[in-house]
Design a protein around this ligand. Sequence first.
Ligand code: SF4
Ligand code: MG
Length: 334
Amino acid sequence: MTALLKTEGLTKHFPVRRGVLRRQVGTVQAVTDVSFELGSNETLAIVGESGCGKSTLGRALLRLHEPSGGKVWLQDMDVTALDKRGLREARRHMQIIFQDPFGSLNPRMTVRETLAEPLLLHGLATPATVRAETDRLIDLCGLSRWHAERYPHEFSGGQRQRVGIARALATRPKLIICDEPVSALDVSVQAQIVNLLQDLQSELGIAYVFISHDLAVVRHIAGKVAVMYLGRVVEEAATEDLFDAPRHPYTRILIDSAPRPDPTAIRHRLPVKGGTPSALAMPPGCAFHPRCPLAIDRCRSVRPELRQVGQSRVACHLAEKVVGMEAGRAEAEN
Ligand code: SF4
Ligand code: MG
């Protein structure tokens, strides 16, 4: 089976320029060497702290940020090799929704006009059928005809996100990249939007790349998870495996520091040092070593490759030891 979406070594580095001559003084390594596969109807979550490169990755998939290296495949189509016209056609099948749908909705267009635009542009409706098609999208996303003739500023955040989703669906995409789609919403509204996305997936077979820093939401929606740290995937696993037995120290710290429904289930926590370093000054060896409670000498000079450990892929020299390890024992072994 060919994957619906596949990346090979996807990389996006931004030059940093300063001064009148705009001389390059450094490089932000926003995304480096990211490879994964996603099937139809599947959800892959990309998680990590802000600044870890997850949004850049989402945009690079669509070439909203032009990758600096690597490949993106949509089924048999090499997205990275497409010319402008080909890319426009490909984007019909790969849509993106953002945290703040307001920023991407035209304030002067009603919902119906907003939905009609891509339909007519891509020849998916004619002036004769466009009304029925926009009604279909409005129904699919749990909006009413009342919404159809109104403007984005008249809606709540949750309703606006429904409009954003309806517009993404207009072109009948196979894949939607969801960049923190519920982060700006109240918790009760978050659940409604997450449920809507899940219903749409089972009804239409859409795949999602779900970018989020919220592990509770990710656990609920995603079948597999890729954890990013400073631009690289450090662990990728089926959601259950990742939450039950995180193998990368950073994954474990993320999970342990998230609010959990059952406080009695707390494991011994691994202590984390300091904040995220800048992607401008990447630490040598394992980029996590300055903060890692388990770091050994080798971690400071040798970068761990992403490799298969059990059912997961993990980039850590000590991945075999992390599962079941308690913080006190880990430090004693160092
Ligand atoms: Fe920590 Fe070393 Fe593993 Fe990096 S490779 S996460 S520094 S133990
Ligand atoms: Mg972001």
